[in-house]
Design a protein around this ligand. Structure first.
Ligand SMILES: NC(=O)C1=CN([C@@H]2O[C@H](COP(=O)(O)OP(=O)(O)OC[C@H]3O[C@@H](n4cnc5c(N)ncnc54)[C@H](OP(=O)(O)O)[C@@H]3O)[C@@H](O)[C@H]2O)[C@@H](O)CC1
Ligand SMILES: Nc1ncnc2c1ncn2[C@@H]1O[C@H](COP(=O)(O)OP(=O)(O)O)[C@@H](O)[C@H]1O
Ligand SMILES: [K+]
Length: 495
C-alpha cells in the first residue's frame, strides 16, 4: 500500500492518455521540434531492451517483427539485446525490404538471419518479443500472425509486447486476436486500450518509457482522457480545518427505500465516512423503525406522503442528494428522482432510479440542469443510453446527451463529463464484485458532493477511494466493510 504514497507524487500530466491519432501527432510534433523519427524508434527499442534486461537474465530471445514501425522497434530491441550478449533470433511477417523509412534503416542494422513468421520459429525461444503490430493495427489478426501468437500463448514462454500486445486496439482495448503478454512497454503516455478491458488484462505489467518526446507536445495536443489517480483531484478533496463545523461539511440526504433497507444504509455510511458533516436517510414512515434501530450518527427522517418528501427537498438544509440504492423501480422512484433534479442541487441518480427512466430516458435528459452524477452498471446503462461503441465512447456520448457526469461501472469504470473529459479507473480489485458495493460507491460520491466538490471530481475521487478501500481489505470483502476502510486510505493519501 506504499504505492498510494509514491503514486500521489505523479502529476496530472503524467496521467494523460493519448489516442492512436494523438500519439501519431505527438510523433509529428516531436519531429518538428527536432527529435527525428529514427531517434524516437532507437529510443523505443532501447527502452524495451532495457526493461527486458531488468526483468530477466540472459536467455534465448525471439523477436517477432511486423511490417510497420512496431516491427522497426522490434529490430532495435533485437540489436540492443544482441549487442549486450543475449542470444537473439528475429522472425518477420513479410520482408524486411518492404519496411519503410526509419523502420527500414533500423532493420538494415540487423546483420543476423530474418526467419519467416510461423509457429515453428517458436522452438527454442525462452522469451518472446511481440513487435508485430502496435498503433497501426487496422484489422483482425489472421494467418501466420494469428497462428504464431496463438501457439506462443499455449506455451509457458513469457511474451513481452512492444507498445500493445498485437491485436489490441489502442483506442478501445478491444482484442482482434491478441494473446496475453506478461509485460508491455509503451512510449510517452499510455493509450486508453492499456486500461480498458480486455486490453488491460492482455497487457500484463505496463511500463511507460520516455523516448525523448518533448514535454511541450502534450500541451499542444491537450488530451481529454486520463487514468484515474489522486493527482487529478487530491487538491480539491475536501478537508476539515480548525474553523470547520459539521454544517460547513455539508448535509447529505439519501432516499431510503422499503423493503430493501440495507442499500441506503450502506450508502449513508459511505457518505459519512467520505466526510459529509451530517447524513440523513429520508424513509417512508413504515420503514422508520427498521432504519432507526440500526443507525447511530446517521439520522433518519420519516415521510408519510410524496408531498412530505417534496417539502423535505425544498428545505435548504441539504447540500446533495442520492436516490437509487434499494429505491425500487416504480413511478414513485421516477417522481422522487425528478423532484430531486428539479432543485438543481447536486444529485446522484443510481441503481433503481436509473432503471425507473427506462421507458422515458428523455425525461432524465430534460430534468438534469444542476450538478448531477449517474452511476449505472452495464445493464442499467443499456436501459437508458445508446449501447453501441466501446466503453469510453459510449460513456462520453451518454454524458454529452444527458448533461450529467456518467460513471459507467465495472472493473474498468469510465467517468465522463458532458464537456468531453473522461477518466478511466484501474485500481478496482475483482473482490468488488459482490452485492452492495455499488451502493457504497454512490454514498462515497455523495459525501464528497455534499461537501462542495464538483460532480466530476467527486465521481473520480469516489471511484478511486472505493477501489483503494477494497484493495486495502483483500479477499472476503463484503460491501459493508468498505466504509470502515476509508479512514486508512485517507490517512495514506494525506501522509
Ligand atoms: N510516439 C510514437 O507513437 C512512436 C511509435 N513507435 C512505434 O510505431 C508503432 C506504430 O507504427 P505503424 O503506424 O507503422 O503501425 P504498426 O502497428 O507497426 O502496423 C502497421 C502495419 O501493419 C499492417 N497491419 C495492420 N493490421 C494488420 C493485420 N491485422 N494483419 C496484417 N497486417 C496488418 C499495416 O498494413 P495496412 O493496414 O497499412 O495495410 C501496416 O503495414 C507504434 O505501435 C510503436 O511501436 C515508435 O517507433 C516510436 C515513436
Ligand atoms: N470484477 C470487478 N473488478 C473490479 N470492480 C468491480 C468488478 N465487478 C464490479 N465491480 C465494482 O463493484 C461495484 C458494483 O456495483 P453494482 O453493480 O451497482 O452492485 P450493487 O448493485 O450490488 O451495489 C461497482 O463499483 C463496480 O465498478
Ligand atoms: K506489439
Amino acid at each position: 500500500m506504499n504505492m498510494l504514497i509514491s503514486e500521489s507524487v505523479l502529476t496530472n500530466r503524467q496521467c494523460a492518455l493519448l489516442t492512436v491519432g494523438q500519439m501519431a501527432e505527438a510523433d509529428r510534433r516531436s519531429v518538428a521540434a527536432g527529435v527525428s523519427s529514427f531517434e524516437l524508434m532507437a529510443n523505443a527499442g532501447a527502452a524495451v531492451a532495457h526493461e527486458i534486461e531488468c526483468h530477466w537474465t540472459p536467455r534465448p530471445v525471439l523477436v517477432l517483427c511486423g511490417p510497420g514501425n512496431n516491427g522497426g522497434d522490434g529490430f532495435v530491441t533485437a540489436h540492443v539485446l544482441a549487442e549486450a550478449g543475449w542470444p537473439v533470433r528475429v522472425a518477420m511477417l513479410g520482408s524486411r525490404f518492404s519496411l519503410k523509412d526509419e523502420a527500414r534503416q533500423h532493420a538494415q542494422r540487423w546483420v543476423g538471419e530474418v526467419e519467416a513468421l510461423s509457429p515453428e520459429v517458436l522452438e527454442g525461444a525462452e522469451l518472446i518479443v511481440d513487435a508485430l503490430f502496435g498503433a497501426g493495427l487496422s484489422r483482425p489478426l489472421q494467418d501466420q500472425a494469428l497462428e504464431t501468437l496463438a501457439a506462443a500463448s499455449h506455451g509457458t514462454v513469457p511474451i513481452v509486447a512492444i507498445d500493445t500486445p498485437s491485436g489490441v486496439m489502442g483506442d478501445s482495448g478491444e482484442s482482434l486476436g491478441a494473446v496475453p503478454a506478461v509485460l508491455t512497454v509503451t512510449f510517452f503516455r499510455k493509450k486508453p486500450g492499456h486500461l480498458l478491458l480486455p486490453g488491460r488484462d492482455l497487457c500484463g505489467e505496463v511500463i511507460v518509457a520516455d523516448i525523448g518526446t518533448p514535454k511541450a507536445v502534450l500541451d499542444a495536443i491537450a488530451p481529454q482522457t486520463y487514468e484515474n489517480h489522486p493527482a487529478l483531484w487530491l487538491a480539491n478533496l475536501p478537508r476539515a480545518t480548525s474553523d470547520t463545523d459539521k454544517h460547513s461539511r455539508g448535509h447529505a440526504l439519501i432516499f431510503g427505500g422499503y423493503p430493501m433497507t440495507g442499500a441506503a444504509r450502506m450508502a449513508a455510511r459511505g457518505a459519512a465516512r467520505a466526510g459529509s458533516g451530517l447524513t440523513t436517510i429520508a424513509v417512508p414512515e413504515i420503514a422508520f423503525p427498521i432504519y432507526a434501530t440500526v443507525l447511530d450518527s446517521i439520522m433518519v427522517r420519516p415521510w408519510l406522503t410524496p408531498e412530505d418528501f417534496g417539502h423535505l427537498l425544498n428545505g435548504s438544509r441539504f447540500s446533495a442528494w442520492l436516490i437509487g440504492p434499494g429505491a425500487g423501480v416504480d413511478k414513485e422512484t421516477f417522481g422522487h428522482a425528478l423532484a430531486m433534479l428539479a432543485t438543481g442541487r447536486p444529485t446522484i441518480i443510481d441503481a433503481d432510479a436509473i432503471t425507473a427512466f427506462q421507458d422515458e430516458p428523455g425525461a432524465l435528459d430534460r430534468a438534469i440542469h444542476g450538478p448531477c452524477v449517474l452511476t449505472p452498471h452495464e445493464s442499467e446503462f443499456r436501459r437508458v443510453f445508446d449501447p453501441f461503441g466501446d466503453k469510453l465512447t459510449r460513456t462520453r456520448a451518454a454524458a454529452r446527451r444527458c448533461g450529467a457526469v456518467v460513471v459507467l461501472k465495472g472493473s474498468d469504470t469510465v467517468i465522463a463529463a458532458p464537456d468531453g473529459r473522461a477518466i478511466i479507473n484501474a485500481n478496482a480489485p475483482p473482490t468488488l464484485a459482490t452485492a452492495g458495493t455499488g451502493d457504497v460507491l454512490s454514498g462515497i460520491i455523495l459525501g464528497l458532493l455534499a461537501q462542495g466538490m464538483s460532480a466530476f471530481d467527486s465521481a473520480a475521487a469516489g471511484v478511486w477511494l472505493h477501489g483503494a478501500a477494497a484493495a486495502e481489505f483483500g479477499p472476503g470483502l463484503l460491501a459493508e466493510d468498505l466504509p470502515d476502510l476509508l479512514p486508512a486510505v485517507f490517512r495514506r493519501l494525506y501522509s
